[in-house]
Ligand binder design. Structure first.
Ligand code: MN
Length: 231
């Protein structure tokens, strides 16, 4: 096959303990999936889960023992951090029942759903898509994927984020409004999941702004943590 210009390299994420990498298909994100974060964004009550996407090439790999760099994005004056558990899909499917969801999970990673909050807020106000606030270049830092079998207690894992050594977000995956299995059930009713899909499952409370020079340390118990600096 020939191309009119060279196609982009496939996007992939390293897998803990394996030399083979996880090839990325799509990045799905869940909105407002922890009650205390929904409250801080001005919402209460359990609503059906809702989703948005980021382009696969928005990933920024944060490798163990290294500090990844995320450039401060254009157009914003309010870049927010959202620490999230990321679910990596290994087996696709549609209309997956929550009870079967675990069969489709390859593993988990720590991710940051970086957000141009001012632009997202303006789009919300105008009833326009969130893309410019959420799906921008370098908006999805991620650490290596740990195979699911190695983190059997992910559903009760602590999740936290420090900025410059100060705690900003601290919660537990058990506080997800829609848990991992329920999220897969809802998501796979709307899209046919494919091997290589990533799901950013939502952020707990404590979201706030970062500026150039800040260093973010994110972790989920049982997974490889990530360190990202804003340039
Ligand atoms: Mn988020």
């Amino acid at each position: 096959m020939s191309f009119v210009f060279p196609p982009a390299e496939p996007v992939s994420v390293p897998v803990q303990g394996q030399s083979s990498r996880f090839p990325v298909h799509r990045i799905y994100c869940v909105g407002r999936n922890y009650a205390e974060h929904a409250k801080e964004m001005g919402f209460t009550g359990r609503e059906p889960p809702f989703f948005f996407l980021k382009p696969a090439d928005a990933l920024v790999l944060a490798l163990p023992g290294q500090t990844a760099t995320m450039p401060y994005p254009s157009l914003t004056h309010d870049l927010h951090h959202e620490i999230e558990l990321v679910v990596a899909i290994g087996t696709g499917g549609r209309n997956i029942a929550a009870a079967d969801a675990h069969k489709h999970i390859f593993g988990y990673a720590v991710g940051l759903d970086m957000t141009r909050r001012d632009l997202q807020g303006e789009m919300k106000k105008q009833g326009r898509p969130w893309c410019i606030g959420k799906g921008f270049d370098h908006s999805a830092p991620i650490g290596p994927i740990t195979p699911a079998a190695e983190v059997p207690s992910i559903a009760e894992a602590t999740i936290h984020l420090d900025v410059n050594g100060q705690q900003r977000q601290h919660s537990n995956v058990s506080k997800l409004i829609w848990n991992i299995a329920e999220t897969i059930e809802h998501l796979s009713a709307a899209w046919e999941l494919q091997p290589g899909d990533l799901i950013y499952t939502g952020t707990p409370e404590g979201v706030a702004a970062v500026v150039a020079g800040d260093t973010l340390d994110g972790s989920v118990e049982g997974l490889q943590g990530i360190r990202v600096t804003i340039a």
